[in-house]
Design a protein around this ligand. Structure first.
Ligand code: HEC
Ligand code: HEC
Length: 473
């Protein structure tokens, strides 16, 4: 099914575990220790030599500065290679510092096309726009090149140099396998050996089926297999997911065929600015604010920096259409996560769908500017699930982007509607008005969340279909 969202046909220029300390998991999901639950499985003999090296490296804590963290510490195979806990951003190997972004799942990443400012859309209809690449901002060019980033990042694996990493491999248990895969003299050239390590990890992420198992209920359903019958609630959720006028999820979380023939990944690999709330201490009871956000001048603006540096605004006040854009994430296995959006600000799927539903109708709920002890109405009672409109509450809308950089905020369905607001954007869409009725009902939100639950891998059909439960009727 093809879903065209109006403003995405407009050219961009116009549209202007690592918790060592027990941390509260706000939705009851597990908290993690630095040992984590991740151990390598038996070595898959079908893997190429390089991928076998990659598998050993992926779980190797010696590849971190503190010898206490592997790739799997953050990308835990038991959590679809995503974070093993609900905290927003993980602590690094030097446990005094944490990153500023949520850990993505690594499943289904091998289908990602290279980053381009002018990428074609897999739907074949929407005009070109920024798309592809690894990381929330696409700055990882290949899976192999990406691996260098966490290894050398001081707030992640915290190695002092490429040499430190290569010597850890050379002195480690799989040095011989590494030589077999990449040559007897491989350790003589540090740069080449470091690159080979990336190649090995990429081979693992590409070859190992556990990185793309296609074993969800949704897969059984799409391929008409036994056990793949969606319940009425899940099926209603699926219809909504594709509905252009109501939820419009597949307008961005595209389910059709991708460039390499894979399908159903729930992303079109594009970049969008949703205006996620700032994850900082102003949120009451925030379990895990991002330390970098203590600085009111710090903004994570995705495609326009600070980690990616090729689209930075000329001055902080020069409007730049790339600012605020983050990659549309793969939604497979999203129900196994406990933290959502690039800054990990939300902690349940209900909150995420509520955000889409009420960002514009109840902005005071998401962008409260009233937690300053002035006695103004408190509109944000600890991120309850059903936002209510609070007349008179003060709002600092899109508080995680400077005012000058809010021009690309997305106003397509379900956020904007074109149903009679007082402002029509260049894209032809209209924002919803504060206090207007949100587009989705609580029942529809529940149905969507049920559908998202069918995207988790490792589904075992029950002996008899369930007759009671949240997602049945
Ligand atoms: C301390 C936690 C941590 C560790 C350890 C870690 N990562 Fe990540 N990983 C992240 C975060 C956070 C991001 C998103 C960063 C961004 O967007 O700037 C990420 C992103 C990625 C991505 C991009 C996924 C996508 O959707 O584009 C890949 C691939 C990846 N990591 C692989 C690895 C590999 C391989 C290792 C080990 C060499 C590793 N990571 C170690 C936290 C971690
Ligand atoms: C305009 C494009 C667009 C539409 C429409 C859209 N999304 Fe998204 N979605 C995104 C982008 C971009 C992100 C990442 C935003 C960020 O991190 O700042 C995202 C993030 C998410 C996440 C968090 C995933 C994670 O790993 O953190 C979920 C869940 C999600 N969307 C579900 C939905 C559902 C359900 C709908 C329909 C109600 C929907 N989306 C509609 C673009 C879109």
């Amino acid at each position: 099914m093809m879903n065209l969202a109006m403003d995405r046909t407009v050219p961009l220029g116009m549209a202007l575990s690592v918790a060592l300390f027990a941390l509260m998991a706000c939705d009851g999901k597990s908290t993690a220790t630095i040992t984590g639950s991740s151990t390598p499985g038996p070595r898959q003999s079908s893997l190429s030599l390089g991928a076998q090296v990659g598998q050993l490296a992926f779980f190797d804590k010696n590849l971190s500065g503190g010898k206490n963290m592997s790739c799997a510490s953050c990308h835990d195979p038991q959590y679809a290679y995503g974070p093993p806990n609900s905290i927003s951003v993980q602590l690094g190997s030097d446990i005094t510092q944490s990153g500023a972004r949520a850990v993505p799942s690594l499943r289904y990443r091998d289908s990602t096309p290279p980053y381009s400012d002018d990428a074609p859309n897999p739907d074949g209809v929407t005009s070109n726009s920024p798309g592809g690449g690894f990381m929330w901002d696409g700055r990882g060019t290949t899976l192999a090149a990406q691996a260098a980033l966490p290894l050398l990042n001081p707030v992640e694996m915290n190695n002092s140099s490429k040499d430190a990493v290569v010597r850890a491999v050379e002195n480690g248990a799989y040095a011989d396998l590494f030589r077999q895969a990449f040559g007897a003299d491989v350790f003589k050239n540090t740069d080449a050996a470091f690159n080979d390590l990336g190649t090995a990890i990429q081979a693992l992420e590409t070859e190992d089926l556990s990185f793309h198992p296609y074993s969800s209920k949704y897969d059984l359903y799409v391929f008409n297999k036994i056990g793949g019958t969606l319940t009425p609630a899940e099926r209603r959720g699926e219809v909504l997911f594709h509905s252009t006028g109501v939820a419009n999820c597949s307008g961005c979380h595209y389910t059709g065929a991708n460039f390499n023939g894979s399908s159903g990944l729930m992303t079109d690999f594009t970049y969008q600015a949703l205006g996620a709330p700032r994850n900082d201490k102003s949120i009451p009871n925030n379990p895990d604010p991002i330390p970098a956000n203590d600085d009111p001048k710090y903004f994570d603006m995705g495609l326009c920096g600070p980690y990616r540096t090729d689209h930075m605004p000329a001055t902080p006040d020069t409007a730049n259409p790339y600012c605020g854009m983050f990659k549309v994430p793969v939604l497979r296995n999203v129900a196994t996560r406990g933290t959502f959006f690039h800054n990990g600000v939300l902690h349940s799927l209900e909150q995420v769908v509520n955000f889409y539903n009420t960002r514009d109708t109840n902005p005071e709920y998401w962008y409260a500017a009233n937690n300053d002890g002035t006695g103004a109405p408190q509109a944000n009672p600890g991120w309850a699930l059903q936002p209510t409109h609070v007349p008179g509450a003060t709002v600092n809308k899109y508080n995680d982007l400077p005012n000058s950089q809010q021009g690309s905020i997305d106003e397509e369905v379900p956020m904007g509607t074109g149903d009679g607001g007082d402002k029509t954007l260049a894209s032809g869409t209209q924002p919803r008005q504060p206090g207007a009725t949100p587009v989705m009902t609580p029942q529809q939100i529940a149905d969507l969340v049920c559908f998202l639950g069918t995207l988790s891998d490792g589904y075992q059909p029950p002996a008899a279909p369930p007759t009671a439960g949240r997602c049945v009727k």
